[in-house]
Design a protein around this ligand. Structure first.
Ligand code: NI
Length: 236
């Protein structure tokens, strides 16, 4: 009889364990941010060499990121887009031709976004794609046509400027705060090296690297279409 009770208690403990593990939900395993949560974002990809190295490094570190990809490059590297999704990263729009959307008519803005959206849906299925407008340029037409939240940034590493790894890492982590969105580009090898160093340093300080979507989920916030967000700090 006692043995039956033990089996029963063991079963209950197992169920609770599985439930707790499963209820981690949107936040990847091992990614509890004791100091907070930060979203690394990469624009202008995917690129054959650099993006693959970046994905390898992120996987090794159990870090998630958000990739705002250029539409016309999607078809050249479909396997990288699929891999991003499989490994828990988020994909967003960055226009088809990398054009500054501000000042354009609604027809052209929609064409830039719909063409990219259709290419992504074909590869990874229907999803809500957030928009990172090139150069962060936004106007009323862009807001009306975005079809999802508009994600800018609170930390600009200017990684394209000098490709100086040490400076980029410093720019990214120096004043970083819970809920920050960091802008980088997976075009350059220097950016990839800097990004992975940033992940190591941020994790060492107790930050977890999550996607922009996860950042909103963690705050219990629902981002609104056409609204511009630069960060998602706690308690707002
Ligand atoms: Ni860009």
């Amino acid at each position: 009889m006692k043995r039956v009770v033990l089996y029963f208690l063991g079963g209950v403990a197992l169920c609770i364990g599985v439930f707790l593990w499963d209820s981690q939900g949107a936040v990847p395993a091992g990614a509890v941010g004791t100091a907070g949560y930060v979203a690394l974002t990469f624009d202008d990809g995917p690129w054959p060499g650099t993006t693959r190295v970046l994905l390898d490094g992120l996987k090794e570190r159990e870090a998630k990121a958000t990739f705002f990809v250029i539409g016309k490059q999607i078809a050249t590297r479909p396997e990288l887009i699929q891999r991003m999704v499989q490994e828990g990263h988020q994909i967003g729009l960055h226009t088809w031709d990398h054009v500054a959307l501000r000042g354009l008519g609604a027809g052209e803005v929609s064409r830039q976004l719909e063409k990219s959206r259709a290419a992504l849906v074909e590869l990874v299925g229907e999803q809500d794609f957030m928009l990172r407008p090139p150069y962060g340029f936004v106007d009323e037409t862009v807001k009306q046509c975005a079809g999802g939240p508009i994600i800018c940034w609170s930390v600009d590493t200017e990684d394209w400027r000098d490709e100086d790894v040490a400076r980029i890492v410093k720019a990214a982590v120096e004043d970083v705060r819970d809920g920050d969105i960091i802008l980088m580009h997976d075009i350059f090898r220097s950016s990839v090296d800097a990004a992975l160093e940033c992940v190591d340093e941020l994790q060492r300080r107790g930050f977890a690297l999550v996607t922009v979507e996860e950042l909103f989920t963690l705050r219990g916030r629902e981002p609104a279409a056409g609204e511009v967000y630069r960060k998602v700090p706690p308690g707002e």
